[in-house]
Write a protein that binds this ligand. Structure first.
Ligand code: MF3
Ligand code: CO
Ligand code: CO
Length: 268
């Protein structure tokens, strides 16, 4: 295990990168509407990162072992796409739900990673509920974060809430440590048992990013080598924050003016 514990300077670097990652999503929000293509959203995001922020995309050209280089500056995962959807030329339609996942790298090398769900026009009741429950599931995980808690506490809280809501948790992808690398240890599973896995300590930074399916949890990969879809074609949703373990609890780092507020159960 090589978890990196961030010192004061690292925490400042992560706060900055994560705020900028969240601000990319803020910037994109007004463009996410009927008729816009995901390629156009990708182009706008790249331009904003490079020309306005002075950051760059961590996903453009990203190539983990066994994968082709990822071809875009963000991921756009629509409807039954679970994650890693590649932007294309199809216009968004009323009733679509879409996750946009943005990871930036600052000029001093820190990574900030976050994603949100967007509903195009008036979504169906089922689509709105899936997006809302998935958001709350992420936060049920976040509120577990404090020194002495374990990663299994986070996974368990997410799984319990999602399954009690009638949904399933994708197992093949997880949250991850993040810092001067995109994906560091530890893996942050979105299912599990309380009191198991790595103990949380101040200075750890990692993502919590549950993928929740309306139907069965099974997935498959498409022939492009990246796109992951639900095997039963049921809808899938995901939200992602990067968090810091503080001396007393957690700090959500990927926050900005346009972030949705935490659910009522947080700090209630
Ligand atoms: N941002 C994603 C995550 O949350 C990873 C995307 S990798 C890509 O970990 F290459 F698909 F963009
Ligand atoms: Co991530
Ligand atoms: Co991400």
């Amino acid at each position: 295990m090589t978890i990196t514990y961030k010192d004061a300077e690292g925490i400042e670097g992560m706060r900055h990168a994560c705020r900028l990652a969240s601000e990319v999503l803020d910037y994109l929000t007004p463009f996410v509407k009927q008729g816009t293509t995901t390629k156009e959203i990708d182009r706008l995001a790249n331009e904003y990162m490079v020309k306005v922020q002075g950051t760059r995309s961590a996903t453009l050209g990203y190539q983990p072992p066994g994968y082709p280089p990822y071809p875009a500056s963000l991921c756009t995962s629509l409807n039954h796409v679970v994650c890693h959807g590649i932007p294309n030329d199809k216009p968004l339609k009323k009733g679509d739900i879409m996750n946009i996942d943005v990871t930036v790298i600052t000029d001093d090398g820190w990574y900030g990673d976050n994603s949100r769900m967007y509903i195009i026009g008036e979504g169906s009741i089922a689509a709105k509920r899936l997006c809302a429950i998935t958001y709350d599931a992420m936060w049920h995980g976040i509120v577990q974060v404090k020194p002495g808690a374990r990663l299994g506490d986070i996974g368990h809280a997410i799984q319990k809430f999602a399954e009690a809501s009638g949904y399933s948790v994708v197992r093949e992808f997880c949250g991850h440590g993040i810092g001067k690398k995109f994906h560091e240890e530890p893996q942050v599973l979105h299912y599990g048992r309380p009191g198991t896995m790595e103990e949380l300590q101040p200075g750890m930074t990692f993502t919590i990013e549950p993928m929740i399916n309306a139907g069965r949890r099974d997935i498959k990969e498409l022939g492009d080598g990246w796109t992951i879809v639900t095997r039963d074609h049921s809808l899938s949703a995901q939200w992602e924050h990067t968090v810091l373990v503080t001396e007393t609890g957690y700090e959500v780092l990927t926050l900005s003016a346009g972030s949705p507020p935490p659910p009522a159960f947080v700090n209630a």
